[in-house]
Design a protein around this ligand. Sequence first.
Ligand SMILES: C[S@@+](CC[C@H](N)C(=O)[O-])C[C@H]1O[C@@H](n2cnc3c(N)ncnc32)[C@H](O)[C@@H]1O
Length: 295
Amino acid sequence: MTNYSNRKNISLTDLSQTLEGETTILDKFRYIEGRRFHNVQDVVYCFPCDKQEINCMVLSHILYKNHWKSNFSSPIYERLNFTGTRVLDVGCGSGIWTIEMANDYPKTTFLGIDISSVFPIEDRPCNAGFLEHNILDGLPFPAATFDCVFQRNMFAAYTDANWLNTVEELVRVTKPNGFIEFMENDIEFRNQGPVSRRINNTENSQNITDVTHQQIKMAVGGWGGENGDKLRRILVSNLGSLKPMIKLSLGIEDTEWESLALDYNLEVETYKTYITSHRIYARKGTSCIVQIPVD
Ligand SMILES: C[S@@+](CC[C@H](N)C(=O)[O-])C[C@H]1O[C@@H](n2cnc3c(N)ncnc32)[C@H](O)[C@@H]1O
């Protein structure tokens, strides 16, 4: 049995204090082991916000599309073809989902928001916009603004308390009869080998109806064909993103890290590791009184 008793839970603040010396709240980013991270106090999100991470987000987007055969599941196709429909992409990252949707549905307006402006500023369709904003400060929109609110891959962005407040905010800005959709992968891997187990262990009441939950399995590794290999590359990149944190948490040095990463690549094939990807969508009810501000 592996002994995890030495493992510590490490935050970005711990890390930058340990490895980098001083970062002040006036700095927009902090840099750890050559990777760039946000520098917003009390935000738990610990993945980098740099070019390498954007590439990984784009690769993930392609993989999800291959698996799910669509960009979303909510029954809003018709509405997306009406002028005036508005869609919010919460934690839009690279902006690839927002942009692809804006190209597919030119009559709808899409807005992506993210704490780090890694989204494209200029190279975007005219019905797509982006806003730099910390979601934990609440959403800067009046109630009932959007026909659909979409949030993908934000498992690392919230504490349990953050999560409850955020869901409340997402519901608030959704129009009655509009949809809220989440897409997340299980953080628990199936058929893990010892290395992935070691690494991976480092870490309501809303007015909504008609909740639908869909799920699919995604293989990790070449045993799952091209998509499996893509996901393996994404996860290896994720491990790289969290390298300083995992090293500190497991108390290991660079050499052990390298051999762990190598073993990880091999064992996903041996164990046929997979993760489950979920989409959950729900309709906002019409029973609540939504206060729409008067101009
Ligand atoms: C894993 S990425 C997912 C990006 C995108 N949703 C996708 O699926 O391609 C998570 C994103 O959430 C953003 N994020 C994390 N915490 C946030 C916060 N408090 N407010 C706004 N964005 C946040 C990060 O900057 C990052 O771009």
